[in-house]
Design a protein around this ligand. Sequence first.
Ligand SMILES: Nc1ncnc2c1ncn2[C@@H]1O[C@H](COP(=O)(O)OP(=O)(O)OP(=O)(O)O)[C@@H](O)[C@H]1O
Ligand SMILES: [Mg+2]
Length: 286
Amino acid sequence: MEPIVVTRGLTKRYGRSTALAGVDLQLERGITALLGPNGAGKTTFLRILATALAPTTGSLRVFGSDPADPGGRLTIRRQLGYVPQELGLFDNFTAFDFVDYVAILKEHVDRRARHDEVRRVLDEVDLSDVRSKKIRKLSGGMRRRVGLAQALLGDPALVVLDEPTVGLDPEQRLRFRQVISRQADQRCVVLSTHMTEDVEAMCDRVVVLDHGAVAFDGTPATLAGLAHDRVWVADRPEPSALVSWRTGEGRHRMVGEPPSDAELLAPTVQDGYLLLNGGVPEGASA
Ligand SMILES: Nc1ncnc2c1ncn2[C@@H]1O[C@H](COP(=O)(O)OP(=O)(O)OP(=O)(O)O)[C@@H](O)[C@H]1O
Ligand SMILES: [Mg+2]
């Protein structure tokens, strides 16, 4: 089967700074997470996928179409749902009117069918009760969900989500996982996040970007596996550990080189991510 997204040698420069340094990726159906430190290029990559930004060099095909070509761009946008990192929501619109406005832009012409669809997506994100409230009166998490609702209009084949779970309460985060995973086997969902638990819980694949380049591409289990035999718990902290913290039970969980008799723990995606760059914090000199 044709991949939904194919990028080759994708670069993006802003003046002298390089945000993407040559990204080659193929994305298929399922949920792919983008992880990476602040400034790694995640938003830049997602904006290019969403045809909101043109790359400096390299090629991109989405559904086989080239976004540099006006006809291709239209084909892509018709099958795209996008939640940007910063939502420029229209504060004086009600949640319903804003999603309806996006639905009109997305060429949902029949009024009755469109309103049904707007109600459906607001219900998906659990906002039916507040659909008549002005967006400026909604909480931060509710605004995020209004953003997500508009991205689900018309069941797009490619869904691009930039940090979709920021600010959601625990119940809504779980609901988000349910909404997104429901049709993941029929669509391609690409999301950026700093929340490794979300990656572990719902993603088929994780791509780590670092300084605009792919530093890891594989399953969450493989990323976690990088920290196999490197995570342990003890009664006292070990000064040589890369990170160590006191757990709620008063013990110390550590990542690094454990002593031979250590009580090993199963590693998480976060542990593997930490070990990807040798556990050296950003900016620390060797
Ligand atoms: N419009 C812009 N003009 C100039 N530089 C930019 C612009 N947008 C992003 N950058 C730079 O490009 C690099 C990548 O930024 P980007 O927003 O893609 O990172 P990110 O991985 O999404 O980070 P975060 O986790 O903080 O959201 C950064 O160095 C950033 O300063
Ligand atoms: Mg970003």
